[in-house]
Design a protein around this ligand. Structure first.
Ligand SMILES: Cc1cc2nc3c(=O)[nH]c(=O)nc-3n(C[C@H](O)[C@H](O)[C@H](O)COP(=O)(O)OP(=O)(O)OC[C@H]3O[C@@H](n4cnc5c(N)ncnc54)[C@H](O)[C@@H]3O)c2cc1C
Length: 436
């Protein structure tokens, strides 16, 4: 029998593109001059363009591919602020007050994106059902509990601990050792959210130029010249919003981000009672492993969406689908045998600080390095950049003074990634004890 994750009928495009195919926008004539040129048409670029266009600025958004072709139409649609560094590591590095500010900004980003979707009336299956942070070890559960006491007091964190004895009320597995339930987190259909942002940016007057790679950016007078195979555009301001797809056109930024593939599978539609047993409250879930796995139910059909980083090096989703299947059925043995219909990949970017970075380098604004949770963070930060260009006074963030570092000899080629992934995998394997 064919392995369900090797079925020849599997589509290797995002499941989300079924409901929101990549938009077939006409490729516009490029203007000779724009006030703002935005490189990248994901959440960050479009949130920026939307605010600028509404304020009457002439904006051109470039994408090398179809609009939203990058991570913004490929992600799991989990809205939250899941930091890759632990609370303690952040306190050790930045001190308590700065760490609280970073957590507060995580919450601001989540609130911003939920408000934006509601105020704009974007039809993208926003479900405000909270997140389970699933403890991979008993020690992780204890740490989550201790941190929560501080975060509740200091930043008004809204969460509760779910002990292992009650875990089955929340999630149909004994694989984990309890969870932290974060009430503010939510989920969307990421590609429909992107489509909604795109529609509104275009309606507001932004020019979106798909299939128009930016091949050069040069200083000219007090502004810039953007080069593309379809012509040049002079711009007063430039915003780089290329995240995991940041390339050689911005070499100084490229050497500050670590691009890494993330992989997802979608199951066939499952019986409603299976979904109710697995995730009765339709929470988004992430676990506390070093190599995090993300779990959710699709909002439009009763399918399991399961994602993570199962491979050492970047590879084909054909190869990662069986690996993800194995991980999924390790957590949910009851899913063994269910079919897989879609498997896909996309790139995210990390910074060396494992926090998103926002700022200005060589005169260009940038929002880069989502470090995993850019649905909320990059939408919010894209809007902040627009605010900065407009001279608004609501644009500060906790990330502003965190250095956007690189490392000696690093040029954006993540040749060392397989060693890092191998090390994280080893640490995860050593940490976990099979549940009794
Ligand atoms: C599989 C996967 C699952 C994820 N799950 C989640 C999740 O559940 N929750 C969450 O918060 N985050 C998640 N993320 C991360 C999230 O999707 C990203 O942080 C977010 O979409 C980044 O948006 P962005 O606009 O910064 O970049 P992107 O959406 O990646 O857009 C960058 C764009 O830049 C374009 N580009 C690059 N170079 C050029 C150039 N020279 N000229 C023109 N265009 C160029 C690319 O074509 C691309 O379309 C996930 C990511 C992936 C890949």
């Amino acid at each position: 029998m064919t392995h369900p994750a090797k079925d020849p009928r599997i589509k290797y495009d995002p499941y989300w593109w079924e409901a929101a195919p990549r938009p077939d926008l006409p490729v516009p004539d490029l203007p000779a001059k724009a006030e703002v040129a935005v490189v990248g048409s994901g959440y960050a670029g479009l949130a920026c363009a939307l605010r600028l266009a509404r304020a009457g600025r002439q904006v051109v958004v470039f994408d090398a591919e179809a609009a939203g072709w990058g991570a913004s139409s490929r992600n799991q649609g989990q809205i939250g602020a899941v930091f890759k560094r632990s609370f303690k590591q952040m306190v050790d590095t930045y001190g308590r007050e700065k760490t609280f500010a970073i957590y507060r900004d995580g919450q601001r980003a989540v609130a911003f994106v939920k408000d934006l979707i509601r105020e704009e009336g974007i039809d993208c299956h926003l479900e405000a059902n909270g997140r389970l942070v699933l403890a991979y070890t008993p020690e992780h559960y204890d740490t989550l509990g201790r941190e929560l006491e501080v975060l509740r007091k200091e930043v008004g964190y809204e969460a509760d601990m779910v002990p292992r004895a009650e875990q089955r009320n929340e999630i149909g597995t004994d694989f984990y050792y309890g969870a932290q339930l974060r009430h503010a987190d939510a989920s969307v259909h990421g590609a429909l959210f992107h489509q909604g942002l795109l529609d509104r940016a275009v309606q507001a007057g932004a020019t979106v130029a798909p299939h128009t790679p930016v091949t050069g950016i040069h200083r000219q007078d007090s502004g810039f010249v953007i080069e593309t195979p379809r012509g040049r555009v002079a711009a007063d301001e430039v915003v780089i919003a290329t995240n995991g797809y940041t390339g050689s056109v911005t070499p100084d930024l490229r050497r500050r981000v670590l691009s890494m593939g993330a992989y997802i599978i979608a199951t066939e539609p499952l019986p409603e009672e299976t979904i109710r047993a697995i995730n009765p409250n339709r929470r988004v879930c992430s676990d506390t492993r070093k190599l995090i796995y993300g779990i959710r139910v699709a909002p439009d059909q009763p399918r399991m969406i399961f994602g993570g980083r199962p491979a050492m090096t970047e590879t084909d989703p054909k190869k990662t689908a069986p690996l993800l299947y194995e991980k999924m059925t390790q957590i949910f043995p009851q899913l063994d045998g269910v079919g897989i219909t879609h498997a896909w990949t996309g790139f995210v970017a990390f910074t060396f600080r494992f926090l998103p970075s926002i700022g200005k380098r060589d005169g260009m604004h940038y929002v880069l390095g989502c470090s995993g949770t850019g649905v909320a963070a990059h939408t919010w930060l894209g809007d902040r950049i627009a605010g900065r260009i407009l001279g608004a006074n609501d644009t500060e963030t906790a990330y502003d003074d965190i250095p956007f570092e690189t490392r000696p000899f690093y040029n954006g080629n993540t040749w060392f990634l397989s060693a890092v992934v191998r090390w994280y995998r080893y640490k995860d394997r050593m940490a976990h004890r099979p549940a009794a």
